[in-house]
Write a protein that binds this ligand. Structure first.
Ligand code: GDP
Ligand code: FE
Ligand code: FE
Ligand code: FE
Length: 187
């Protein structure tokens, strides 16, 4: 699928602010794909569609989680972590993208997972450091991202876990397992 076609589709699914975020993720992901030698077209498409399901009603997402046999545990967590796994299913069914690496990059873009592919890391990181992001610690991760993909992914997970823990939010198993995986066997 061409970039302009994909952008035209996603524009209909997102409010303006999220659409601008998506274009930032796209530019950043393409840059990271160049640096870390993964396919720029895969990075472009995964980035464009990564937040596809973000504004689906919680009830619709819940039904998909149940119907697709996703971990029941997901339902106990904040709905914020549903749009990755649900998005991967919807993009396959509604858009017709069946590239598993692209779908996994979307599926795991919020939590990560142990053993992420380079494309998955690129999308995870691009989502965190795109130019529109301005939270504490993002500048350090932007610097790391220029030379150390695993280091940057690890640092963004660390920041996210600290942020969530300070707020007293539950931390999903995939997020913690991914964090640990970098410490236990170098990514
Ligand atoms: P966005 O969709 O571009 O806003 O970014 P993400 O998909 O990466 O993250 C969505 C939200 O999920 C953010 O507010 C994260 O802090 C939050 N989040 C990430 N991991 C976890 C987790 O393990 N548990 C919970 N409760 N929230 C998480
Ligand atoms: Fe997201
Ligand atoms: Fe993210
Ligand atoms: Fe995003």
């Amino acid at each position: 699928m061409e970039r302009n076609e994909a952008i035209a589709i996603i524009k209909e699914h997102l409010p303006e602010k999220r659409f601008i975020h998506t274009l930032g993720v796209m530019e950043t992901a393409i840059q990271l794909a160049k640096t870390y030698h993964c396919d720029e077209k895969q990075a472009e498409l995964a980035a464009i569609f990564h937040d596809y399901a973000k504004y689906r009603p919680a009830e619709e997402m819940k039904q998909i989680i149940i119907k697709e046999g996703m971990p029941k545990e997901l339902l106990a967590f904040n709905t914020e972590i549903w749009h990755g796994p649900v998005g991967a299913v919807l993009i396959k069914n509604e858009i017709g993208i069946d590239d598993e690496d692209i779908l996994n990059a979307i599926r795991y873009h919020t939590t990560g997972r142990p053993g992420m592919t380079t494309l998955e890391k690129v999308i995870f990181l691009a989502d965190y450091i795109e130019p529109g992001r301005s939270f504490p610690g993002v500048e350090e991760v932007r610097e790391l991202a220029k030379t150390d993909l695993d280091g940057a992914v690890f640092r963004s997970l660390q920041n996210t876990i600290i942020f969530l823990a300070k707020k007293g939010f539950a931390i999903y198993k995939d997020t913690l397992d991914t964090y640990n995986s970098f410490l236990l066997k170098g990514g």
